[in-house]
Write a protein that binds this ligand. Structure first.
Ligand code: FES
Length: 91
């Protein structure tokens, strides 16, 4: 079982290994989603720790934020295992 942590609220949610983070981000962390297809960047998050525990950035994410490895699109992320800390603030 993996864990997603909101650095904004301290909320910790257990999620199955190798699962999408979209549901938790939307339902528990208040992340808004739009296209859900890696295009609109509405679901932008910052991974403050544990980025290595997510799938590598895909082509869509690289296209939107090529120079920011810690900036991810939640609709494109799966957690492999371990702990991932997510900052959902806009700054
Ligand atoms: S919801 Fe549009 S990029 Fe994720």
């Amino acid at each position: 079982m993996a864990k997603l942590v909101s650095v904004n609220t301290g909320h910790i949610v257990d999620v199955p290994d190798n699962s999408s983070i979209k549901g938790v981000c939307e339902d528990e962390f208040g992340v808004e989603f739009g296209c859900e297809n890696g295009v609109c960047a509405t679901c932008r998050i910052t991974v403050s720790q544990g980025n290595e525990n997510l799938n590598p950035k895909n082509e869509k994410e690289e296209e939107v934020f090529p120079e920011e490895p810690e900036t991810r699109l939640a609709c494109q992320c799966q957690i492999k295992e371990g702990v991932v800390m997510i900052d959902t603030s806009e700054d």
